[in-house]
Design a protein around this ligand. Structure first.
Ligand SMILES: NC(=O)c1ccc[n+]([C@@H]2O[C@H](COP(=O)([O-])OP(=O)(O)OC[C@H]3O[C@@H](n4cnc5c(N)ncnc54)[C@H](O)[C@@H]3O)[C@@H](O)[C@H]2O)c1
Length: 330
């Protein structure tokens, strides 16, 4: 049994990660300031003997004894990270400094949740880890993009300077139950708009592409990355390379929800990338991993969650991993 710290543990990815790590028999300390992750996301874990919840802002030092740290704390959607951009940079940079310092003190292994945004608006397609990116350092998204890039820099300096065991994963668009319904991310946006029968907002002409990874697939890769030998530091892209246009996604959501919503078009926000697709050759090689859940299946599960949430019929606790749901239906 390991003692594992998950920062940002009440968020979308963090809460599923807490579920997974507890199910594997670990002790989990979930640290969060609840900026974007509601306590409800982990309320079902309150009575679990291996679970502990701590309100804490990672921009301040933390003194705990743990074996592994998953550093996920950071608002991930543009709407949220642009609300207080100074705090966003602080969360990425001071948060990384504090968590790396903690890992060094207690000799823990640390996984940094980085992002495909480190590639900015890429000239290279799909993006490999060797690509250095094309990021605007002074734009509205820079607090997030540059904050995450600096956090990566810190990880590799701790590795070179202190031989700290670091794992950097670059997460591409991930979706699933417990996404924040109002965070403006494309999947939750479309699903909620379709379920409410509202117009579906497409930014730009809808021909920009994205690749969407279901949360269960993402977590599998993250945990495998944490368990790699010490010499594996990353960065490793994790995401689903299947590419869809935003228009294709919107139409699929309309089909699956049997919605009568209409598509409306609005101007593209600043620095919105035209294309985003991971090259996951390295993840396949180092982690023996590739995503298994197709967009349709992942969307069906996400739609069920939002349907129940919008009708007030379900607590966040009741999310079942797709692999488990498949077993139950066999
Ligand atoms: N979901 C994605 O598609 C995606 C893509 C790339 C990277 N990521 C990264 O994965 C991580 C988790 O993303 P998510 O989608 O779950 O986002 P989220 O907003 O749902 O979760 C982030 C969590 O961090 C917490 N948090 C924010 N600032 C904090 C602070 N200063 N101290 C303590 N807690 C703080 C929030 O309250 C929230 O619970 C983030 O670091 C994000 O950058 C996510």
């Amino acid at each position: 049994m390991k003692r594992i710290l998950v920062t940002g543990g009440a968020g979308f990815l963090g809460s599923h990660l807490c579920d997974r790590l507890l199910a594997e028999g670990n002790d989990v300390l979930c640290v969060d300031n609840f900026f974007t992750g509601p306590k409800l996301n982990v309320a079902h874990l309150r009575d679990h003997p291996g679970f502990e919840l701590m309100r804490h802002d990672v921009t301040f030092p933390l003194y705990v004894e743990v074996d592994e740290i998953y550093n996920l704390a950071c608002p991930a959607s543009p709407i949220h990270y642009q609300l207080d951009p100074v705090q966003t940079t602080k969360t990425s940079v001071h948060g990384a400094i504090n968590m790396l310092g903690l890992a060094k003190r207690v000799k823990a292994k640390i996984l940094q949740a980085s992002t495909s945004e480190v590639y900015g608006d890429p000239e290279l397609h799909p993006q490999t880890e060797a690509y250095w990116g094309r990021v605007n350092p002074v734009g509205e998204r820079s607090c997030y993009d540059e904050g995450k890039r600096c956090a990566e820099t810190l990880c590799f300096d701790y590795w070179r300077q202190h031989r700290l065991r670091v794992k950097v994963v670059r997460i591409f668009n991930t979706y699933g139950p417990r996404m924040h319904p109002d965070d403006g991310r494309v999947v939750s946006n479309f699903v909620v708009q379709a379920l409410k029968g509202k117009d579906i907002t497409i930014y730009g002409d809808g021909r920009q592409t994205r690749s969407f990874c279901y949360v269960d697939d993402l977590l599998e890769a993250m945990i495998r990355a944490m368990n790699t030998p010490d010499e594996v530091t990353g960065p490793i892209n994790i995401g689903n390379p299947c590419e869809f246009t935003i228009l294709e996604l919107a139409n699929l959501v309309i089909d699956l929800t049997a919605s009568r919503s209409k598509l409306i078009f609005k101007p593209l926000p600043a620095d919105d990338p035209r294309q985003r697709q991971p090259d996951i050759t390295l993840a396949k090689k180092l982690l023996g991993w590739a995503p298994r859940i197709e967009l349709k299946e992942g969307l069906e599960s996400t739609i069920r969650y939002f349907e129940a949430q919008l009708s007030g019929a379900m607590a966040q606790a009741e999310v079942i991993p797709i692999a488990r749901a498949r077993e139950l239906s066999d």
